[in-house]
Ligand binder design. Structure first.
Ligand SMILES: [Zn+2]
Length: 498
């Protein structure tokens, strides 16, 4: 092994875009660690960046920090916010002599001007460091993985679990591959193909069709020393772009490994395509959820599927609150984005009683409710994730008010807030002990943390993040199943840099 002390630039730019949301993502939505603090802040995080940092430091690598910036899912990132964050990474690459670059990217970030912000970032980094300096990245498996973007990398790898429990392992995997590249000078060969196919949900990896397909992929990798890694990108279905669909990426080592990678990519793609009709989710209505869960000592946490902030919705729906309060005997704890309601609570002050109109101020077609309560608390700042998904990670809560009524507690926020973790409630001063119904704006990830409080279910609700592709104005990904008659050509192509 070489004794050389390597220098690796590290950075994070992480946002999943809902391309059809009416609310743009501004700089205010980003949680930013500048170069001076990002290593210390992220070292303990269970993010991809945390995994990268720990693995590279353990190998004696000198880390060159740039910026770590992450925002909740939401509308397209403003050109200004992307320019500011990406400039910090590009400037760090210009300023420092480095041997490689390792990035934590969501992979599905669009700006007002760009279909793939990550491709733009990698193009600009290549312009600085040239075509041969190793660049690696870890991705969310919902990344908008275009072959043009992936070809700019020497290695990229996505989470293998949904809900995402392996971000840090993904970072470690990417860093290990980078270390191997630095020590041997050899690069794996990537084969990629995109299936023009939207799933209709049912795309968790612990059950359903993806469970078996991931198992087959893991077995293939484990039994073939020439294969390096696989990724299955179930691209976020709420953007329009050329790679929307399903992406399959496999890396192999050497000539033999390249041939095996192509073969495995085609095999996995066949399996995904053949399972297309099995990707159908049927969710219970709120009335059915309540009927199936009699009131008990344990809470029921309901994922508001149609208004998932984690998939980019504004988080302004009060549909579940309204439905359950209309039924009578349940207490509801809910988080809701509502700038006007927040301002009214802030103006009234802590302890004030007021009647307000709540919710449905951002998403077209939703219905607001009226709420009477007392402003229990006003606050600002961040919250810390307690659960397995991004444990230890700090996310923005922002200006917020806690309004308490007879049979509800509403955490009213100025901006959309990720609520997959109890930390958003707890750090706002909302206790969940003894809670009855807890509403979160998440479809999958909340189960990893809220299971500590009782049952976790997702319900069919209105909003921007239900699976109804026929209602979205897709253009750049057509033709695509199930909107169009399509027979995909299953032939993985080698990733090559021009
Ligand atoms: Zn994801």
């Amino acid at each position: 092994m070489s004794k050389k002390k390597y220098r690796v630039l590290v950075g994070q730019i992480f946002q999943e875009t809902h391309g059809f949301s009416p609310v743009p993502t501004t700089m205010r939505a980003f949680e930013v660690d500048p170069a001076s603090t990002m290593i210390d802040t992220q070292r303990q995080s269970d993010s991809t960046l945390g995994g990268i940092i720990r693995t590279l430091e353990a190998a004696g690598v000198t880390l060159v920090p740039s910026i770590a910036a992450r925002a909740r899912c939401g509308g397209k990132v403003t050109n200004e916010a992307y320019a500011e964050i990406s400039a910090a990474i590009v400037a760090a690459a210009e300023a420092a002599e480095v041997d490689a670059i390792a990035l934590d990217l969501h992979g599905c970030m669009q700006t007002q001007a760009l279909d793939s912000a990550e491709r733009d970032l990698l193009l600009r980094l290549r312009a600085v460091v040239g075509p041969s300096l190793p660049i690696v990245a870890g991705f969310d498996l919902h990344a908008h993985a275009t072959s043009e973007m992936l070809a700019l990398l020497d290695f990229g790898s996505a989470y293998k679990t949904n809900p995402h429990a392996d971000a840090a392992q993904t970072g470690a995997r990417v860093a290990d591959r980078l270390l191997a590249m630095l020590h041997t000078g050899e690069r794996p060969t990537g084969y990629f193909l995109r299936l023009p196919m939207l799933t209709s949900g049912n795309d968790e990896t612990g059950t359903g069709p993806l469970h078996a397909i991931h198992a087959a992929a893991r077995t293939a990798i484990a039994n073939d020393a020439d294969l390096v890694d696989y990724s299955l990108f179930n691209v976020n279905p709420f953007i329009d772009g050329p790679a929307v669909g399903q992406g399959i990426l496999v890396y192999g080592a050497g000539d033999e490994g390249a041939a095996h990678a192509a073969r495995l990519a085609n095999t996995l793609a066949q399996a995904v395509w053949q399972a297309r009709t099995a990707f159908v989710h049927t969710l219970p209505t709120i009335d059915e959820v309540v009927a199936r869960h009699p009131r008990s000592a344990q809470a029921v946490t309901i994922g508001d599927f149609g208004d998932r902030v984690l998939a980019g919705a504004p988080g302004d729906s009060v549909y579940i609150l309204d439905r359950i309060l209309a039924m009578g005997d349940r207490h509801v704890t809910i988080i809701v984005t509502d700038p006007d309601a927040y301002e009214r609570c802030a103006a009234a002050g802590e302890g004030a009683a007021l009647d307000i109109t709540l919710g449905a101020s951002l998403t077209p077609g939703l219905t607001p409710t009226t709420a009477s309560g007392r402003v229990k608390r006003l606050g600002d700042g961040s919250f810390t994730n307690r659960g397995q998904f991004m444990k230890g990670g700090v996310l923005r809560l922002g200006p917020h008010a806690v309004l308490e009524g007879d049979n509800f507690i509403a955490l009213i926020t100025l901006d959309a807030v990720m609520s997959q973790d109890p930390g958003c409630y707890l750090d706002a001063g909302v206790t969940l002990d003894g809670a009855d119904i807890i509403v979160v704006k998440s479809g999958y990830h909340f189960k990893l943390a809220f299971q500590d409080y009782g049952s976790c279910v997702i319900a069919e609700t209105p909003g921007l993040t239900g699976f109804a592709p026929e209602t979205l104005p897709f253009m750049h990904c057509r033709p695509i199943y199930p909107l169009d008659a399509v027979t995909p050509k299953i032939e993985a192509r080698r990733l090559t840099r021009g």
